[in-house]
Design a protein around this ligand. Structure first.
Ligand code: COA
Length: 260
């Protein structure tokens, strides 16, 4: 399925969503933010989809940021609304009940890095450049960059990236814990799709439980987080997949998970 702003393709149970504005390095304007939000809503509701990959069209960019041309004329109130629009979409991605991998095929700058950071895993080409260059435009990151970068990579890294605006390469991003894997650009798609296929064959309700534990537990104290984990642990005992997984281990065969 293709519309003008996104390309959406299913490879078995893996849905690949591609931001499709390569002539603008896939910059996020309001319409693209809305299209992404709708695409993730649809993927969340589709039982055939068990893992997602998010990437950008063309060889040059994942996403080079929020659309500077569109932002340049906004009033303060419109600016706040634009920020909220992006934040809501990215929160939707972060709270997806199925794993989402950012396949970072080039520039991930500003809103692009923010988009990558709301995904659950990040695989980057060794040629990718990541950064929060908003300061160079007299701006503050507005799609969650100060908050997610702080949580992912710590205070020193968020302050360095946001205060200097200078992009870093993929190897440094991995050192900072910002990306999970760095692979040769030529192998990016194959490696990412292999990881996505692995996730798509895992037990969907247990994946969802893990995502819930990390999202919810990460936002509260250790006592509440552990409590929440125990509740999720108990809950999966109600699933066929848990019986299948443990039985398959005991019978020395490969489990087949159905999401029930
Ligand atoms: N918003 C809107 N348009 C953007 C964009 C953005 N964030 N990033 C790139 N583009 C557009 C350019 O305006 C250009 O459009 P044009 O051909 O109609 O003039 C096109 O994409 C190609 O970009 P260009 O700058 O010519 O490519 P480059 O290879 O010389 O430079 C970058 C690549 C990524 C270094 C450069 O485009 C850039 O700095 N982009 C902005 C990054 C940024 O500040 N992001 C944070 C925004 S809050």
């Amino acid at each position: 399925m293709t519309d003008s702003l996104l390309q959406i393709a299913d490879h078995d149970a893996v849905r690949v969503i591609t931001v499709n504005r390569p002539d603008k390095l896939n910059a996020l304007n309001a319409a693209t933010l809305d299209a992404l939000h709708a695409a993730f809503d649809a993927a969340a509701d589709d039982p055939e989809v068990r893992a997602l990959v998010l990437t950008g069209a063309g060889a040059k960019a994942f996403v080079a940021g929020a659309d500077i041309a569109e932002m340049s004329g906004l009033t303060p109130v419109q600016g706040r609304d634009f920020s909220l629009r992006g934040q809501r979409m990215m929160r939707r991605v972060e709270k997806m009940p199925k794993p989402v991998i950012a396949m970072i095929n080039g520039f991930a700058l500003g809103g692009g890095l923010e988009l990558a950071m709301c995904c659950h895993l990040r695989v980057a080409a060794d040629t990718a450049k990541l950064g929060q260059p908003e300061i160079n435009l007299g701006l503050v990151p507005g799609f969650g960059g100060t908050q997610r970068l702080l949580r992912l990579a710590g205070r020193a890294a968020v302050l360095e990236l946001c205060l200097t605006g200078t992009p870093i390469d993929a190897a440094r991003a991995q050192q900072l814990g910002l990306v999970n894997r760095v692979v040769a650009a030529a192998d990016l798609e194959a490696e990412t799709m292999q990881l996505a296929a692995q996730l798509a064959s895992a037990a969907p309700l247990a994946l969802r439980g893990i995502l819930d534990c990390v999202n919810t537990g990460g936002e509260c104290g250790i006592e509440e987080g552990l409590e929440y984990e125990s509740a999720q642990f108990g809950l999966v005992f109600s699933t066929d997949d848990m019986r299948e997984g443990t039985q398959a281990f005991l019978e020395r065969r490969k489990p087949e998970f159905r999401g029930r």
